[in-house]
Ligand binder design. Sequence first.
Ligand code: PEP
Length: 248
Amino acid sequence: MSRKRIIAGNWKMNMTPSEAVKLVEELKPLVVNDDVDVVYCVPAIDIVPVVEAVKGTNVQVGAENFYIEDKGAYTGEISAPMLVDAGVKYVIIGHSERRDYFKEDDTFLNKKVKKAIEAGLTPILCCGESLEQRELGVTMDWIRLQIKSDLAGVASDDVKKLVIAYEPIWAIGTGKTATSDQAQEVCKGIRDLIAEIYDAPTAEAVRIQYGGSMNAGNAAELLAKPDIDGGLIGGASLKAEFGQVVNA
Ligand code: PEP
C-alpha cells in the first residue's frame, strides 16, 4: 500500500492559545515519525500560535471550520484564503457536530469541499451513521449518500488528494469504538464507492481515516486494517497519549 498514513487530532473547542502552545511543546518529542502525516486541527484562535509553535517539526496545522466566501460581510466568519495565509494545510469538513449542532447540510458541505480545494486546503471530509441507522442496517446507504452529495462535481485529481474520515456518530466521544472489522467494512465500502464514482486509481489514492474514540489501546488494531489509512482523534489528541496513536 503506497498511501501515507495520516493521524489528525481534532481539538474541538478546547485549549486557549497559551494552553495550545503548551500542548504542542509537550507533544513535540512524542509525535516524531516521518512515516506518518501528523496534523493538529485546532480552534481558529489557536491557529496562529500553533503554526508558529510547530515550525521545524513534522506536524502540520488544520482548521476545524471556515466559511465558503473569500471575503465580505460575514461577521464572525473566517475564509479559506485567510487560513491558507496563516499556514493552515488541512480543514475538517462535515464533522457530525457541525452537521448536527450547526445544521450544515450536504449541499453546503459540497460548497465547502470545493472552496477548500480551490484555496489549496486539503479537506478532511467526515461521514458517519447514527446508532439508529446502524441498527436499521442502512449504514452504507447513508454514507454513500453523504459522500456522493459532498463530492458532487469534484474532479478525480482533487479526490486523490483528499482525506475522508469515517466517524460513526455513536462512537464519537462516547468511549465506544467500532470494532476493527466494522470500521474496515465501512472504509472499504467508501473506497469501493470512490472507485464506482471515479476509477480504481482514485480509490487507491484517497486516504480514509477512522474516527471515534480511537486511543492508544485500540489504534494499532484499527490501523492494521487494509482500508484504514489513519485516524481522526478527538479526546486522545489533547494528551500525551496522542504520541502513542501516532506511533501505533
Ligand atoms: C472526533 O471528534 O472526530 C472524534 C473522533 O472524537 P473522539 O476521538 O473523542 O471520539
